[in-house]
Design a protein around this ligand. Structure first.
Ligand SMILES: NC(=O)c1ccc[n+]([C@@H]2O[C@H](COP(=O)([O-])OP(=O)(O)OC[C@H]3O[C@@H](n4cnc5c(N)ncnc54)[C@H](O)[C@@H]3O)[C@@H](O)[C@H]2O)c1
Ligand SMILES: [Zn+2]
Length: 366
């Protein structure tokens, strides 16, 4: 079996991301090495709990007492209320300060379970076991955890790095095509901000990727994780360079929130990248040919690139202002210069954008 290990170098918080087939079945042995604990709590949404959670709990329970704590699936449950229900559940189950949390599932689970682990008894070890492509290429790595509030996405959270990440690409066999494409939106983002060759490789291998080919998926996860790990290792707390990973996300989060989460996160990011590329062209920081190539590539994956007609420009700009990345009143956006190269303005990794320019880019992207 081909396996890839990508290290995330963060000094005392360093860890490995293991990518490949058949990892879930080997997890009891792998966890004993990467995160030994006298008790585990698996947090999973109800879909993933039924599909993989009970089997994993039963396998782990042969050697270590393990609780399975499920929660209702969907972004609308990535909330403080679910965080409260889960922490109560772990307290009832008797998980102590020496226990560890396993986040089994997509990005919603990783963010939520990660925030539980960050706060439970002031922080206990966490292992990420991503089962969506989006979680494998992006959200399981880097230590950002948190929940949404009515005011916007990810507004309450903590940095909490996992002890290890185990990405079993076999779990992706049951993932719907739209979810695969949404994960590939984040992978294309990694190419767009760091590696034009990778971007074009993704486009060239899209049929294999969208048909769940394990080799193609392993290669994409490994390259995306290596790009993200390289950025996070240089700027764990997003004081500078890590902001490049937010390309597509200022508008993406606004689209996602304003559409009441009817779009997948990756779909909203695809629209966001298209709008932010248009914005970059208007501001003279993004090459028009590269903006066009980006939109064309996203479309080839069946990803949406048009701002939904049901979202007014007013509503979207308002939602973007609510995003926590606005600083001292001015909206700041991470843009690209060319495919593979992030834009820099005045030595900063984000560029201030006035409402007029944003409005024009949104209106041009309908
Ligand atoms: N922390 C970060 O750095 C970071 C980065 C990117 C995205 N995110 C967050 O990730 C979230 C989106 O993650 P997501 O797209 O994985 O959503 P998700 O966790 O809701 O998963 C999508 C759906 O797929 C189902 N599912 C999971 N694994 C499956 C499998 N193997 N087969 C079939 N169905 C499966 C889930 O039950 C769910 O219904 C957003 O909340 C976003 O903010 C976080
Ligand atoms: Zn994202």
């Amino acid at each position: 079996v081909s396996r890839t290990t990508v290290p995330v170098s963060l000094g005392p918080r360093s860890y490995d991301v293991i990518i490949g087939r058949g990892l879930l079945a080997e997890l009891p042995g792998l966890l004993a090495g990467a995160c030994p604990a006298p008790r585990y709590a698996i947090i999973a949404d109800a879909n993933v709990a039924a599909r993989f959670g009970t089997t994993l709990r039963d396998a782990l329970s042969r050697t270590v007492p393990t609780t399975l704590a499920p929660f209702p699936p969907g972004e609308m449950h990535k909330t403080r209320e679910t965080w409260a229900a889960l922490t109560d559940e772990l307290l009832r189950a008797g998980l102590g300060r020496d226990g560890a949390v396993l986040a089994l599932g997509g990005g919603v689970t990783g963010d939520l379970a990660g925030f539980v682990a960050a706060t439970y008894h002031r922080g206990i070890p966490l292992v990420q076991v991503p089962t969506t492509l989006l979680a494998m290429v992006d959200s399981s790595v880097g230590g950002k955890t948190g929940v949404d509030t009515p005011a916007g996405k990810n507004l309450v959270g903590a940095f909490h790095q996992p002890r290890a990440v185990f990405a079993d690409v076999d779990t992706l066999a049951t993932l719907p095509r739209s979810q695969l494409a949404a994960g590939l939106a984040e992978a294309l983002k990694h190419g767009a901000i760091a590696d034009a060759g990778y971007f074009e490789r993704l486009v060239a291998t899209r049929e294999a990727l969208l048909h769940h080919d394990p080799e193609a998926l392993t290669a994409a996860v490994a390259r995306s994780v290596a790009i993200k790990a390289g950025i996070v290792a240089r700027d764990e707390r997003e004081l500078g360079r890590r902001a490049t990973l937010n390309f597509g996300h200022t508008v993406g989060h606004a689209v996602e929130a304003a559409a009441d989460y009817r779009l997948l996160h990756g779909e909203a990011v695809a629209i966001g990248m298209r709008v932010e590329a248009a914005l970059g062209v208007t501001l003279g920081v993004t090459a028009a040919t590269d903006a066009a190539r980006l939109g064309e590539a996203l479309s080839r994956f069946g990803l949406p690139i048009a701002v939904p007609a049901s979202l007014t420009t007013d509503r979207l700009v308002e939602a973007a202002r609510q995003d926590k990345k606005s600083r001292a009143g001015a909206l700041r956006v991470s843009l690209i210069h060319r495919l593979g190269t992030p834009a820099r303005g005045d030595g900063e990794w984000t560029i201030p954008v006035d409402d007029g320019a944003l409005r024009a880019a949104v209106d041009a992207s309908r």
